[in-house]
Design a protein around this ligand. Sequence first.
Ligand code: NDP
Ligand code: KPL
Length: 331
Amino acid sequence: MRIGIIGTGAIGGTIAALLDRAGHQVSVTARGEGLAAIAEHGLRFDGAWGEHVATVTASETLVATPDLAFVCTKAQDASAALRENAEHLRGITVVIVQNGLEALEVAAGILPDAELVGALALYASQYVEPGHVTVTATGSTYLGAGAGEPSDAARSAAGILGQVMPAFATPNFLGAQWTKLVVNMVNAMPALTGLSVQQTIADRRLSRVVTASMRETTRIGFASGVRYATLQGLSNPLLRVFSALPLWAARSLPTLMARRMGSVPNLGSTLQSRRRGRTTEIDYLNGAVVRAAAAIGRPAPVNAAIVEAMQGLEPTGEFLTPEQGGALPVR
Ligand SMILES: NC(=O)C1=CN([C@@H]2O[C@H](COP(=O)(O)OP(=O)(O)OC[C@H]3O[C@@H](n4cnc5c(N)ncnc54)[C@H](OP(=O)(O)O)[C@@H]3O)[C@@H](O)[C@H]2O)C=CC1
Ligand SMILES: CC(C)(CO)C(=O)C(=O)O
């Protein structure tokens, strides 16, 4: 199958390398140093899903229409990347692999005649250097769209991706995005402190803030009428219990998540953006919780403080100490 990958960073690089290894004809889009490295040496892939050097076609934008496309940029880059490639995305299935709640709505405004599918990745990949990505923790990908049953396009894309990694079409994709948003509350503390996800959760002070942001997210979701979808053991009933726990007891959830990630340090995708001098997705993660809370007239003080702290730090390139990070408000 002819596969197009837009945005060949950690996730795009992983999908591109694995589909190339499985024999698909893969074309990728990249820019700057990343594009130069892939064009010169191929795309180097290693880590938990094996090793491969993919000799993919690489260019700044797609030069032909593929049978299936994956858009794997950060949320803040998605609109521009979709616009730049719109000509070759018309009428085909376009899978947007992206955290946050807005991926499909943004894409629908730019590609009204594509078959849009959202995808939530629960594995962890790292952009090691231009043209080199590594998988630091395995996990499944969930594909779907909207509130109902998964479309034929979602099932078929899950079938293709399922050839190379665990991938499932899921109903209630909106609920799945919220469940993933709860998971992504592990991203901010590493991005604020420069520590890995495992290190931040092992630190009692930072872990309290992670737990508080997760619990706040869960509560805002429930108050907004969200029915959380089941993703990798996290379900609506479990999150209902979690949302009512005191902080000391709720801490067991991020602790379990960190344990599942294993011993290879997982930086999380937000810290990786900072390390590469890129803007972060904070407005689409913790910021999405603040906006959802505002929409129902509720405050989200923990997530608002995290967003504010990140906005202050991003332009400086500096990090908080664990003491400073642990002093963020929790409730
Ligand atoms: N990494 C992870 O473990 C996980 C990430 N996710 C989510 O997946 C999505 C992708 O994340 P991730 O792979 O980590 O992000 P990366 O930053 O590693 O990769 C995104 C890539 O897109 C490229 N890009 C941006 N705009 C364009 C454009 N217009 N044309 C071509 N390329 C472009 C960037 O280029 P450049 O290198 O020049 O910046 C970058 O290489 C995010 O929503 C993230 O939250 C979900 C689960 C796990
Ligand atoms: C699943 C997780 C937390 C993997 O690191 C992720 O989604 C991210 O880093 O953005």
